[in-house]
Write a protein that binds this ligand. Structure first.
Ligand code: SF4
Ligand code: SF4
Ligand code: SF4
Ligand code: FES
Length: 886
């Protein structure tokens, strides 16, 4: 497109047609004051502060909503303009309350800053403050709308960025204010307390509720959120070495832009709780007592080495953390493999469906590791299956809602429950749980019958389509409709929506943690191949990763069967390269995975267990079994930031630093590698995990020591091709895909990707005495088992009860009403919960939110492992319900 030329403040500039005068000026470093403008929001021209003058016509206009025209001559700071701006600010100040002086926004208030810049002194106007009273009943944010200047940023953030629609303009003229429907308090609205509006508010009208501190923080530092796999970019404000507030970083090109979710914004108060570990502890005479680092590490090193000598390397195991950094995971698996000669190393993501993603990765030969979420807003069709991102990874939910509502991209949701994305969808396919495989195969069969497949893609890149398509042709679609519970007509309509489009599949734990998830995943991959939906922007497979560094821990080889860079232990060439680099002999045999570690401890075969940043007594199924297994060990070492159910049983406790108290690198679910620096110091004697591991290597007599994070990063970037772009700077880089696959190469030379056979998981049997299917799922207030978010005072104060959701039909049958209590029993245990009747839930299906009541839902599931079924299946179970009479 040809650029246009204009003049601003005597400077000749050019810009693309359609660019606003404001943006044209900003792109050329010409500053214009604004209050309602934000680069991520649609301009509305509300504040009129960005007025500029057209020197040719004398016209005065709001530059944020006026497009630049060819040959315009604009002045941004004429005397007239400045006087207009001063008057606007005077009017705003006259409407403002006196509480300005003690406002929590403090010196960061944009209204005050602009007033000072414009030299607004005496108001010379009669004060007309508009007192509204404070709204502060919820523990997250305070609204003092007497300070509102009606810039509309909060409303636009709510509508355009997080697409919730909790607030809108209410009333008119002088009384107009952003409000919820019927002016209900926020906690009674559909507000998710993401805080995005708070970070955008230019005044103190919206602020984070902070019981410990009011005012501007002493220091603000950028880092990466330590909760989920999105890896949002944050700015943490601290006072006297404690985090007092969190905001999105507002840097360019981050995954989250100006948004966050409730966890990232408000639950970091868990970092300051009294349960933080501050000193190493050693168990003496049955009690954990404080010790020096030297003594504690001596006990650990001697214990590990002597147990290995006595019982062999298989008697020692290492459970690392998908919450720790890549540098720490690299060192952790190195201690296991090099220091102790064992491949018994895993991390908590085992239970989150790693094996299924691993399978896809193998099929794609390492391709598809980089899937920028921005692609969702450029897709032809978004297909969400087994995923509830608005709850589990809210920022992914924002992307999908924007794709649908703002960009008009078709959205198909496949889920047994009417999840929050359903009202945004073009179609909802409410299938019977566990029938994803049958549903996807049916859609593929309908598409095949209508010749709606990408034959060019299939011929160039795939193999085995003939066999696949002939099996599809023989599918009994009427039967599939009965099995899946989805009407034929609905399936046909969905196929119609898909026809001719490349698909962006968003795949969540409903598939990854499903017992028969591998079969469902094969079906999805087949559909992706058939529709040409792999390779390139706006299509492909978007796997949801629960933990912040789940992908990084995997990439660093903190898993029993892969070396760093996802290189197979069984591959002689790759193993030899690592043997040379580390100067050791490595066993080609995969070690124990997380569940097998527990099993072997239970049998008495595992003697020493080193747990870093995991809390298996709270996070794993069948907690009594875990407790018994850990009780059998000769040495249990737990390295963590908090005193947990697992540290209670440890022989040695090593206090680690939280992500904000150390430097490091996380890899998010997109394959984005993000390094970050320390924000505050760790409490007491706690140390960054990499430093603890490095000291331990020294104690174990390993000659290679690392004096800095940079040295570890240098080793990783040199030895792990995927991370050759790893830099120490804060600028993000991306995982380098190892794939030699032709899909991702323009020359198209390479092995074809084969269609998998069409299978069915229809032969499942359920025990009749447990007639309900329970889905165990996430809520945005907690992450995982809630070890961290459960410690947040704000979350505690909010008083959520974690009710079980039951359909009104089942409620009527069991004589249950809202607020009643039920006993929920499975073959493995029982819990009790308050009842919530949920419209739209399929009868026979119930939903139990995880993390509540010390994550008691894990009593209902079995500590099953891979190899027996496709996935541990920790997402659902069969249960019975009994009303608990008062
Ligand atoms: S509350 Fe803040 S962001 Fe919202 S309209 Fe008022 S001043 Fe603007
Ligand atoms: S906190 Fe989030 S959901 Fe609530 S009103 Fe603000 S932007 Fe909307
Ligand atoms: S929890 Fe996830 S979505 Fe929420 S702010 Fe942190 S990284 Fe972002
Ligand atoms: S910034 Fe243009 S009208 Fe507010």
């Amino acid at each position: 497109m040809e650029e246009i030329s204009l003049t601003i403040n005597g400077k000749h500039i050019s810009c693309l047609p359609g660019t606003s005068i404001l943006n044209a000026a900003l792109e050329n470093s010409i500053k214009i004051p604004t209050l309602c403008h934000h680069p991520h929001l649609e301009p509305i021209g509300a504040c009129r502060l960005c007025l500029v003058e057209d020197e040719k016509s004398g016209r005065i206009m709001a530059s944020c909503v006026t497009p630049a025209s060819p040959n315009m001559v604009i002045c941004t700071d004429s005397t007239t303009i400045k006087e207009h701006r001063r008057n606007i600010i005077r009017l705003m100040m006259a409407n403002h309350p006196e509480s300005c002086i003690v406002c929590s926004q403090g010196n960061r208030c944009e209204l005050r800053r602009i007033a000072a810049e414009l030299g607004v002194g005496e108001l010379r106007l009669y004060p007309m403050p508009h007192y509204t009273g404070l709204e502060e009943a919820n523990p997250f944010l305070i609204r003092d709308l007497s300070k509102c200047i009606l810039c509309g940023k909060c409303i636009r953030a709510d509508h355009e960025l997080v697409v919730v629609g909790a607030i809108d303009y209410n009333l008119r003229g002088f009384k107009s204010r952003p409000a919820t429907v019927h002016e209900m308090p926020l906690e009674k609205s559909n507000c998710t307390f993401c805080g995005t509006c708070v970070s955008m508010c230019p005044t103190g009208a919206l602020s984070a509720k902070n019981p410990r501190y009011v005012g501007s923080p002493q220091k603000e530092s950028s880092t990466i959120c330590g909760f989920c796999g999105v890896g949002c970019s944050l700015v943490m404000g601290s006072v006297d070495g404690q985090i007092v507030e969190v905001n999105p970083s507002h840097q360019e090109g981050t995954v989250n832009g100006p948004t966050l979710c409730i966890r990232g914004h408000f639950t970091h108060d868990f970092l300051n709780v009294p349960e933080r570990l501050t000193t190493p502890l050693i168990r003496r005479d049955g009690e954990l007592s404080p010790s020096t680092w030297d003594d504690a590490l001596e006990v650990v090193a001697e214990g590990l080495i002597s147990i290995k000598k006595k019982h062999g390397p298989q008697s020692v195991a290492f459970l690392g953390s998908s919450k720790c950094t890549i540098e720490e995971n690299y060192l952790f698996q190195k201690i296991a493999r090099v220091g102790l000669g064992t491949n018994n190393v895993d991390n908590g993501s085992y239970g989150l469906g790693r094996a299924i993603v691993d399978r896809v990765n193998e099929k794609l030969e390492g391709g598809g590791c980089v899937t920028p979420l921005a692609g969702l807003e450029k897709a032809e069709l978004v297909f969400v299956i087994g995923a509830n991102p608005t709850q589990s990874l809210p920022v992914v939910g924002y992307y999908i809602k924007r794709a649908s509502r703002v960009r008009g991209i078709p959205l198909i949701v496949v889920d047994p429950r009417e999840i929050e994305l359903v009202p945004f969808s073009t179609m909802w396919l409410p299938l019977v749980p566990h029938t994803d495989c049958e549903l996807i195969n049916s859609l593929a069969a309908i598409l095949y019958k209508s010749n709606a497949y990408d034959i060019d893609f299939i011929n160039r890149f795939t193999g085995g389509f003939d066999l696949y398509s002939s099996t599809l042709s023989s599918l009994d679609l009427q039967r599939m409709s009965r099995v899946t519970g989805v009407d034929m007509e609905v399936m046909e309509k969905a196929a119609n929506v898909i026809e001719g489009k490349r698909i962006a599949f968003v795949i969540g734990h409903g598939i990854l943690q499903q017992r028969y998830g591998a079969a469902a995943m094969d079906a999805i991959l087949n559909l992706a191949l058939m529709t040409g939906s792999l390779g390139g922007e706006g299509k492909g497979l978007f796997f949801l990763a629960t933990e912040n560094n789940q992908v990084g821990a995997w990439n660093m080889g903190a898993v029993p069967d892969l070396l760093p860079g996802r290189q197979s232990l069984r591959n002689d060439m790759m193993r030899k390269q690592w043997e040379q680099a580390w100067e050791v002999k490595l066993s080609p045999d995969p070690g124990l995975n997380m569940v097998r570690m527990i099993e072997e401890a239970g049998k008495g075969n595992l003697k020493a267990f080193y747990v870093m940043g995991e809390n298996p007594r709270r996070s794993l199924p069948q907690p009594e079994r875990i407790t018994n297994a850990l009780g059998n060990l000769e040495l249990l070492v737990v390295q963590d930031i908090l005193a947990t159910e697992t540290t209670q049983m440890a022989d040695v406790v090593l206090p680690g630093a939280a992500f904000s108290e150390k430097g490091g690198t996380f890899t998010n679910l997109e394959g984005r590698i993000q390094s970050f620096e320390q924000v505050v110091s760790p409490p007491g004697d706690a140390k960054p995990d990499w430093e603890i591991l490095d000291l331990l290597l020294g104690k174990m007599g390993y000659s290679k020591k690392y004096s800095s994070l940079q040295e570890i990063r240098a080793e990783i970037s040199q030895l792990v091709p995927m991370y050759s772009g790893l830099r120490s700077s804060r600028e993000a880089s991306w995982v380098r895909e190892a794939s030699a696959m032709r899909l991702f190469r323009p020359d198209g030379v390479g092995e074809p990707i084969h269609f998998s056979p069409v299978t069915s998981t229809d032969a499942k049997t359920y025990q009749k005495e447990y007639p309900f299917k329970a889905i165990l799922g996430s809520v945005p207030y907690h992450l995982g088992s809630g070890t961290r978010t459960g410690r947040s005072n704000r979350i505690k104060e909010f008083g959520l009860r974690g009710e079980v959701e039951i359909s009104p039909e089942d409620g009527a049958r069991l004589n249950l009403k809202e607020g009643d209590h039920v006993r929920i029993s499975s073959p493995y245990g029982q819990i009790s919960r308050e009842v919530m009747l949920k419209k739209g839930l399929r009868p026979g299906l119930i939903f139990i939110p995880m993390a509540f009541h010390n994550n008691d839902a894990r009593h209902l599931i079995e500590l099953s492992r891979l190899g027996v079924v496709d996935s541990p299946g920790w997402k659902e179970c069969q249960v019975k319900l009994e009303k608990i009479e008062d």
